[in-house]
Design a protein around this ligand. Structure first.
Ligand code: CA
Length: 240
């Protein structure tokens, strides 16, 4: 299921812009134009993340945030406050009320998307049970077994975690830094190029003769498990 993002914003052009970019990234989007509508939607639909404007009609974003945090069901949902105010004191106030992040308008869309991705990643731990599948790939998380078209694939622990992460988020493009944080952990210092080395090893075992490469290299951006049929592997490529 794709993550559900609730956009609480009363400026229609901004809502349109946010919806367009969030949907392009593969998220589902709900909209609320004021605080009361927002609280109703939070209770009814349990969004995975909330983009919350500070200046709203009827009820301020700060008050909406406070009420969302007060309810046990929505206590942990990530909230990004959007505001026209650039004041440091306001930022502190927003974060104290329970927002996880804060962006001042006008913000850059790639910056917002990066924060959304980071917060969703933090909120949704990678599963450790069950079976993941992608095209002809299958990963049994309990038995730690990977197969492609029925053939056993033997992976080292890092390649296993890397593939598990990609299979949990098919179609999402991750930068080397995203993958480092998710697979190696934020506290470990590893060179971003290390990711390329492990992607190369992963490809080497995943892709048999005549098989397609399920991992897509996105130039200057990173890697993704491609939702479309991949091209037949000719050479291991790395993002620029
Ligand atoms: Ca507003």
């Amino acid at each position: 299921m794709k993550p559900l993002v609730l956009v609480v914003e009363d400026e229609a052009p901004l809502v349109t812009l946010l919806r367009y970019n969030l949907e392009k990234e593969g998220y589902r989007v709900l909209e609320a134009g004021d605080g009361e509508e927002a609280l109703t939607l939070v209770a009814e639909s349990s969004p995975d993340l909330i983009l919350l404007d500070w200046m709203l009609p009827l009820m301020s974003g700060i008050e909406v945030c406070r009420q969302i945090r007060r309810k046990p069901a929505s206590r942990d949902v990530p909230i990004v406050m959007l505001t026209a105010r650039g004041d440091e004191a306001d930022k502190v106030r927003g974060l104290n009320t329970g927002a996880d992040d804060y962006l001042t308008k006008p913000f850059s869309v790639p910056e917002l998307m990066a924060r959304v991705r980071a917060l969703l990643r933090r909120a949704q731990p990678t599963p450790d049970k069950g079976v993941l599948s992608f095209q002809d790939l299958s990963m049994d998380l309990t038995a730690h077994r990977v197969t492609r078209a029925g053939r056993s694939i033997h992976l080292g622990p890092t390649e296993f975690r890397l593939l598990r992460y990609l299979m949990t988020h098919p179609g999402c493009v991750f930068s080397r830094e995203d993958l480092l944080n998710a697979v190696w952990g934020q506290d470990i210092h590893v060179e971003p190029r290390t990711v390329d080395v492990h992607v190369r090893r992963l490809r080497k075992v995943l892709v048999g003769p005549g098989e397609t490469d399920p991992i897509r290299t996105v130039r200057a951006a990173g890697y993704s498990l491609d939702e479309e049929e991949g091209a037949v592997l000719s050479q291991g490529s790395e993002p620029g």
